[in-house]
Design a protein around this ligand. Structure first.
Ligand code: 3PG
Length: 305
């Protein structure tokens, strides 16, 4: 039984060591493809793999066609929009994610980016504090909950809206539940996005929503670039000199925004929310354990297709 780690953005070495211990402990073999630059390398590496551990790596029909021995793909992380689920199902391949395993790392980055933003990217000028500001969390899943917990430590007033999470669950955490995305944007000066990229959410964060935010508006995006309407984002920068956008995923218009609005726009060079040893260990080892449990016992607990 061969397990392949295929990660364009590698895990910390300590996480790979942990994955190896789980995989070899089960009597399986581990192969590693890191920092590949061509899809051909991935197509070649998957040929004899029975199981693959990925991160944001693209698993499409072509990869699945090449992976003739494949039984399972585990996305070591939360979002699985990078996997063609219909094609996987058609190929008889199980797809899983590892929900919650990297969420604290992403949440810590949110607050880190917010401090960076409100302190004017550490340019030496006088900024503002987060204490007392209204933070709106859009989607109260694993990351959203961690953001709420940490933001409360900063003394922020925390609000959330989640189409799938009941208000009483949100309010139990001392977070005010609002009735819609529109209400959240209207109420909060700072919005943190935690929605997945789906047909429904793509382009949903538009000019109208962002422009309804109070003065000094900041949107922080550690979710997916696809959820932002980029024409609307440009318009916000052009029309609202008070607006800042902080992102862990560069939009397609990154170069333009970076050139024109450098004092109000920041994006990490490569998505790094989940780039901590802890998150890599948690998500990577969970992925390895899920593979072993699926192959040995047929456990489908985290199946998403
Ligand atoms: C996730 O969906 O788990 C996060 O976006 C992290 O993605 P990454 O593993 O590519 O860093």
């Amino acid at each position: 039984m061969k397990v392949l780690i295929a990660t364009d953005k590698p895990f910390a070495k300590v996480a790979v060591d942990g994955i190896r211990t789980v995989v070899e402990g089960a009597g399986f073999e581990l192969a590693l493809l890191e920092k590949y630059t061509e899809k051909a390398q991935l197509l070649d590496a998957v040929k004899d793999a029975n199981a693959i551990i990925i991160r944001s790596d693209i698993i499409d029909a072509e990869v699945l066609d090449a992976a003739k021995e494949l039984k399972i793909v585990v996305r070591a992380g939360a979002g699985y929009d990078n996997v063609d689920l219909a094609a996987a199902t058609a190929h008889g391949v199980v797809v899983m994610n590892t929900p919650g395993q990297n969420s604290n790392a992403v949440a810590e980055l949110v607050l880190g980016m917010l401090v960076y933003g409100v302190r004017n990217f550490y340019n030496g000028t006088s900024g503002t504090e987060l204490k007392g500001k209204k933070l709106g969390i859009l989607a109260y899943g694993n990351v959203g909950r961690n953001v709420a917990r940490i933001a409360k430590g900063f003394g922020m007033e925390v609000y959330a809206y989640d189409a799938y999470c009941p208000a009483d669950v949100i309010e139990k955490d001392g977070v005010k539940a609002l009735a819609s995305t529109a209400d959240l944007f209207k109420a909060c000066q700072i919005i943190s996005l935690h929605i997945p990229a789906t047909a429904e959410t793509k382009g949903s964060i538009n000019y109208e929503l962002m422009n309804s935010m109070p003065k000094g508006a900041i949107v922080v995006n550690t979710a997916r670039k696809e959820v932002i309407d980029e024409a609307g984002l440009t318009k916000m920068f052009e029309e609202r000199p008070d607006f800042k956008y902080l992102s862990d995923i560069q939009p397609a218009i990154h170069a333009d925004l970076a050139a024109r609005f450098a004092d109000r726009y920041f994006a990490t060079p490569k998505k790094m929310g989940a780039q901590t040893s802890e998150a890599n260990i948690n998500a990577g080892i969970a992925a390895a354990e899920q593979i072993v449990d699926f192959i040995k016992n047929g456990n489908l607990k985290f199946k998403v297709n």
